[in-house]
Structure formats: structure tokens, C-alpha cells
Design a protein around this ligand. Structure first.
Ligand SMILES: [Zn+2]
Ligand SMILES: [Zn+2]
Length: 393
């Protein structure tokens, strides 16, 4: 009986540990690239406690607003009817309920968005720093929504949620000198505020704390793209980064995707000049058919004789949708017949959406696109191999 009690006590302790990790907030820098001079904060739902320089000052309810601006070396805070509250270095607006959310207007840019949970404000070198301290799963859901894929199947949203969480944890130290973990721009992951799609919130909650690790239990580089054109690409061919799990695979699922194919054309003379600029030895008699190139499998280089140029470079120079294309000359015009959209490394979003519709689970989808990976709970991450995780504790 005693040992049973002991076991029960241990069980409760474990629950407490897991629950404390569950309620982990992440700090996201909002509009960090802007020189914000003032904000308007408005309660949309729930209530907020205003704390300034560590002292609780007042509670705000729905439709109540604050105006806060940079003044000399501090932040001046006013109620919306212009009643001065005071000048402070830091201001915190803490959500008093789990479902509190607010509107934030950023001036002088007049940008506006809604956010869940808390807002932290501080005076920082002449500008107003705005940080959203938010429940991790709410943040993940918002990132999944910002990445696109509206009206997709829930298993696809779960797939994307696990990837966005993996990316977020792997990059928690990106802004460590700026008092927050990640910014809201594509530099980290696009985050546009409160999520609107209930299925995405559900997907983030039901994959709570799950991340993808490689064979050595290290968080993966969670690369994904829109459509691979039927074959994904080796990471080393795009980024000079070789990873066992970012290897080329055949993808039969994305052929019907809207980005499966593309076309582009160019006068042949322009193409010849481009090749000459890139060191090709051409002469006037080179027959047009010499420029044809059939790319059924992915090739790294376009070659004529001993001259070559990488398809990645051609893609970048002509801003093409992908580096996976064939070339054919007809009547003095060079036609590009392309496949896919994006770098082609890792998960193919349109293929993953189709797999979800066909009944595959998010784990099966992740293990299809990433070779020999595991999906584990962040509490099981080894901090020696994944030092970023210690920032969450
Ligand atoms: Zn960033
Ligand atoms: Zn694909």
C-alpha cells in the first residue's frame, strides 16, 4: 500500500512537472524592425492588469484603451481620454484570464493586429519595444496560420505545427540579446497575431510539445517548401548543408498541386549572352538543339561540352519558381518547362496536404519526407545536444 502511495505521489509530481512545461510562454518581439514611437493598447476580451516598473496600477476591461509613447528616455502612459498615468521604463499588460486578447496599434506606422495573452513594453534606445508573451501552442497555431494552407486537413495542420515548433525551439536563442526569443518576421517565423482557424488551434494543442529529432536526437532543420515537382532535393545541393534526413525522395503526392508545373520563356539570344557571361565558350554555329536539356530526375548542373552552370544559380538569376526544369528551343525562343515551387528540400507542402486527405497521419507524413527521424516530447530533449531548450526552463 505504501509503495502504491509512493507511486501515486511520484505520478502527481510528474504531472506537475509536465503541467509546468505546458503553461510555458514564449516571448515574441513584435514589429522589431520598426522604430515604434507609440502604441494604442485596447482590450478585446477578458481583462488586463497594468503593471509599470514592477507596481500594479490598474485593471482594464473590454473596450478600455491605453496610449503609450516614447518621451525622452522613458514611456509616458495615458488613458484614452488623455489622463496621465505616469512615466515608466517598463510596462506590462498581463492577461487575467486564459482567453484574454487585445488589439495593438503601432505608431507612426498605423499597423494593427490582435494578440493573445500578455504585452510587455519597454523603453529601448529611443524606441518602444513591444513583446508578446504568449502560450507556446497559441504562438505555434498562429505561425501555422501565417504559413498558409487555409482549408487544409487537420493532419496537415498537425504536421506543420510540429515543424513550426521544432523550428521555434531550435532558434530560441536568435534574439537572446534583445529580451525576447523570436521575432514576428520571416527572419524567424512569420507571426501575424491571433489565430482565426479553430482546426489550427486544435492541431497545435493535440501535438502539444512534440518536435522532430534526427537519429542522434538533435532537433532537425525543419525545411519545407511549396511543391517539390515529384522529387525532393538534397539539402547539400542548395545550402552546402548535408543532413541525413534532408535527402532526395520521390514524392507521388504533389503532382496535382497548383504549383506542380510552371513555364517561362526567353529569347535564345539572351540565353546565349547569359551563358557567355557565365564563362561558356559558344560560337555562332552552335546549333539551337545544343541548348535543350531534359531534366527528368533532378540534376545539379546544366552542361554544354565542358562548360557548366548550376541550376540553383539559373533559378536565382532569373527568379524562377524552382531549379527543376527542362529547356527546349523552338523558333528562336528558349522554353523552360518547370516542376515544383521552392528549394525542394524537406517537406513538400502540397504533397503533405494530399497525404493528409488520403488518410495518412501527421507522423507518417513527417517520416515520409524526413528520412529516419523521430517525433518526441520536448521534455525528452537532451539539453547537451539541444542547448536552446534550456532557455525555456
Ligand atoms: Zn528573428
Ligand atoms: Zn512534392
Amino acid at each position: 500500500m505504501k509503495s502504491q502511495l509512493k507511486f501515486f505521489y511520484l505520478y502527481i509530481c510528474c504531472q506537475v512537472i509536465v503541467t509546468s512545461a505546458l503553461s510555458q510562454n514564449v516571448k515574441i518581439g513584435l514589429f522589431n524592425e520598426l522604430n515604434t514611437q507609440a502604441i494604442v493598447f485596447s482590450v478585446a476580451q477578458g481583462s488586463y492588469l497594468l503593471t509599470a516598473d514592477g507596481k500594479a496600477i490598474l485593471t482594464l476591461r473590454p473596450l478600455e484603451n491605453l496610449f503609450i509613447e516614447v518621451t525622452n528616455d522613458s514611456l509616458a502612459c495615458y488613458t484614452i481620454n488623455n489622463q496621465a498615468i505616469g512615466r515608466f521604463k517598463t510596462i506590462e499588460l498581463r492577461a487575467m484570464t486564459d482567453s484574454s486578447w487585445f488589439g495593438l496599434r503601432v505608431l507612426p506606422y498605423n499597423k494593427f493586429a490582435y494578440y493573445d495573452d500578455n504585452l510587455l513594453l519597454s523603453y529601448n534606445l529611443g524606441k518602444l519595444q513591444t513583446i508578446n508573451s504568449i502560450d507556446f501552442d497559441k504562438y505555434i497555431a498562429a505561425v501555422v496560420e501565417a504559413e498558409g494552407g487555409y482549408r487544409a486537413h487537420i493532419e496537415y495542420y498537425k504536421t506543420q505545427a510540429v515543424l513550426c515548433r521544432t523550428y521555434a525551439i531550435a532558434h530560441l536563442d536568435r534574439h537572446k540579446d534583445e529580451n525576447f526569443f523570436l521575432c514576428d518576421a520571416t527572419h524567424c517565423q512569420a507571426y501575424k497575431g491571433k489565430v482565426k482557424t479553430p482546426a489550427i488551434i486544435q492541431a497545435a494543442k493535440s501535438t502539444h510539445n512534440e518536435v522532430v529529432v534526427d537519429e542522434d536526437s538533435v532537433l532537425i532543420v525543419a525545411a519545407f517548401h511549396s511543391n517539390c515537382g515529384g522529387i525532393t532535393e538534397n539539402a547539400e545541393n542548395v545550402w552546402l548543408l548535408k543532413k541525413t534526413y534532408l535527402q532526395s525522395i520521390r514524392d507521388p503526392y504533389c503532382a496535382q498541386g497548383k504549383n506542380a508545373k510552371w513555364e517561362f520563356k526567353l529569347p535564345l539570344d539572351k540565353w546565349k549572352s547569359y551563358l557567355v557571361e557565365n564563362g561558356f565558350q559558344l560560337n555562332k554555329d552552335t546549333p539551337p538543339s545544343t541548348f535543350n536539356f531534359l531534366q527528368i530526375n533532378r540534376h545539379q548542373y546544366y552542361k554544354i561540352g565542358n562548360d557548366s552552370i548550376s541550376f540553383q544559380k539559373i533559378r536565382n538569376d532569373f527568379k524562377l519558381k524552382s531549379a527543376f526544369f527542362s529547356l527546349e528551343v523552338k523558333d528562336g525562343i528558349l522554353y523552360f518547362y518547370g516542376r515544383g515551387y521552392g528549394h525542394g528540400v524537406g517537406l513538400c507542402q502540397e504533397g503533405a496536404m494530399q497525404m493528409a486527405l488520403l488518410g495518412y497521419t501527421y507522423k507518417e507524413i513527417l517520416q515520409f519526407y524526413y528520412t529516419r527521424v523521430h517525433i518526441i516530447n520536448i521534455n525528452k530533449l537532451n539539453p547537451t545536444k539541444n542547448p536552446q531548450i534550456t532557455l525555456l526552463k
